[in-house]
Design a protein around this ligand. Structure first.
Ligand code: NAD
Length: 487
């Protein structure tokens, strides 16, 4: 079961998380506060200072003041500070895991995997910090020389979602700092604590105060708009829904800001006639049920060749029925959805599909706890135009459509505004031929996981602009310039 396998790692107790949250002192900034809820219990776990446009402006001002000194540090020094941050994240991995479980609700295994994945961005960009590169050479006509060089964009505004509170913050902070940018970060109001914890570790690692400035708050638009209008902010890196991404792109246009957009997805998971069905089921469990399906890369629609559909569906169904659902402390495979609203949304999508003729074929046992749990399900006979396969489900529901004609398959697969991830299972040549024709930024071939700090993560079409991870991730925070020299 890969990522979902129980790790046997003991989970931190509720008291440990409470102590860790107290240590973070999240309400310290004064003024109003907002409550953060554990979606597995619906209980408030912390009150966090409710940042507004005022705090946002102050944070941008601080980041701008710190920018020249940070950008002037030797790249090796910046890299070492990032390396040290990774070590501290791993030192505190169990507390961070417990914090993610508490504010996001995901399973202990998923949260622990996220902490390690997030820490890896600090390692990768510690290594990239020293490779800013450049070029020098003669012009074609020989009369001049050209020097190509890079400089940090400037103050970067980072906006992150709730579904990977550590990884989405790390995937932006690490390359921005490596490039020499200072940052202001707005985490999602559902999960501000993990970002505050990472900021604290950066400070402990020795990153000077004011280089990373977190402003959490309920007024997302007020905070982010303040940054987009601030004369010192030169960059917006946003991860979230396509709808909000469109709004922010429009606003960013006013000051022609440099933007990176990691937006929504609607990943197809294709099983061909030549697929190893057991491997495809293993991959489907990860691609669909990791994080309870609340991932932008989550398999959203399964297209299974008719010759293997019965076997794939039955085997996947048996695995889904065996999944346990509950709070992270119980060691459950799948946690709750993030909110009551999310629960209502997934419930509604499934009900619409069932009303249109789909069949609820398999379901895990329901959770006994209070939270926003949705029991993982396999839905078959889904009409190709059902909202269940056209919209982001963001929940643990595998919607299965069968296919026989590859051209019709590709038409269905590409008939979406999204183009983030896709998965193809089949004999390598078959899979590659299909993969090349899928409009997606990332394709997992005989693999149910595409995320990797060393790979350029991102989407095509309305799933985004730009890449995070790999060399490409740091380039998002660098401007290319050249000097031309009379010879
Ligand atoms: P969201 O768009 O509602 O919120 C994302 C962030 O934007 C949050 O911090 C939120 O507070 C802020 N925000 C919301 N409205 C805003 C506004 N009007 N102005 C400025 N900021 C605003 O998304 P979400 O529900 O937190 O996350 C789920 C979405 O994120 C899904 O669509 C998912 O696919 C996407 N996502 C994409 C990636 C990726 O790498 N492509 C990764 C994770 C999540």
């Amino acid at each position: 079961m890969g990522d979902l396998e129980r790790t046997g790692v003991t989970t931190a107790s509720t008291d440990d998380v409470t102590a860790y949250i107290e240590m973070l002192n999240p309400a310290a900034a004064g003024g109003g506060v907002f409550a953060v809820e554990n979606p597995a219990t619906t209980k408030t776990i912390a009150h966090v200072a409710d940042g507004t446009a005022v705090e946002a402006a102050a944070a941008a001002h601080t980041a701008a003041a710190r920018f020249p000194a940070w950008a002037a540090l030797p790249p090796r020094t910046r890299g070492e500070l990032l390396s040290r941050t990774r070590e501290l994240m791993l030192r505190d991995a169990e507390q961070l895991t417990a914090l993610i479980c508490a504010e996001n609700g995901k399973s202990h295994a998923d949260a622990r995997a996220e902490v390690e994945y997030a820490a890896e961005f600090f390692r990768w960009y510690a290594e990239e910090a020293v490779r800013s590169g450049g070029d020098y050479g003669p012009s074609p006509a020989g009369g001049t020389r050209t020097i190509v060089t890079h400089k940090p964009v400037g103050v970067a505004a980072l906006v992150t979602p709730w579904n990977f509170p550590a990884a989405m913050a790390a995937r932006k902070i690490a390359p921005a700092l490596a490039a020499g940018c200072t940052v202001v970060l707005k985490p999602a109001a559902e999960t501000p604590l993990t970002a505050l914890a990472i900021a604290r570790l950066l400070e402990e690692a020795g990153v000077p105060a004011g280089v990373v400035n977190v402003v959490a708050g309920l007024d997302a638009a007020g905070i982010v708009t303040t940054w987009l209008r601030h004369p010192d902010v030169r960059k917006l890196s946003f991860t979230g829904s396509t709808g909000v991404g469109r709004t922010l792109l429009r606003q960013a246009a006013d000051r022609v800001l440099n933007t990176s957009m990691e937006l929504g997805g609607n990943a197809p998971f294709i099983v061909t006639a030549t697929a190893d069905v057991a491997a495809a089921v293993d991959g489907a469990m990860i691609a669909k049920f990791r994080n309870g399906g609340q991932a932008c890369t989550a398999a959203n629609r399964f297209y299974v060749h008719e010759s293997v559909a019965e076997q794939f569906t039955a085997d996947l169904g048996a695995r889904v029925e065996a999944l346990t659902v509950g709070p992270a402390q119980s060691g459950a495979d799948v946690g709750p959805l993030i909110s009551k609203r999310a629960l209502a949304g997934v419930t509604d999508l499934v009900e619409q599909a069932l009303a249109a003729g789909a069949r609820l074929a398999y379901r895990s046992r329901p959770a006994t706890a209070e939270g926003y749990f949705y029991s993982p399900a396999v839905v078959t006979d889904v009409p190709a135009d059902s909202p269940l396969v056209r919209e982001e489900i963001f929940g643990p529901v595998a919607a299965i459509v069968t296919w026989s004609d590859p051209e019709q398959l590709l038409a269905m697969v590409n008939d979406t505004e999204y183009g983030l991830a896709a998965y193809v299972y089949g004999e390598l040549g078959d899979a590659l031929r299909l993969a090349e024709r899928i409009d997606a930024g990332m394709v997992g071939i005989n693999r149910g996981l595409v995320s990797d700090p060393a790979a350029p993560f991102g989407g095509v079409k309305q799933s985004g602009i730009g890449r995070e991870g790999a060399r490409a991730g740091i380039e998002e925070y660098l401007e290319t310039r050249y000097f031309t020299i009379a010879w």
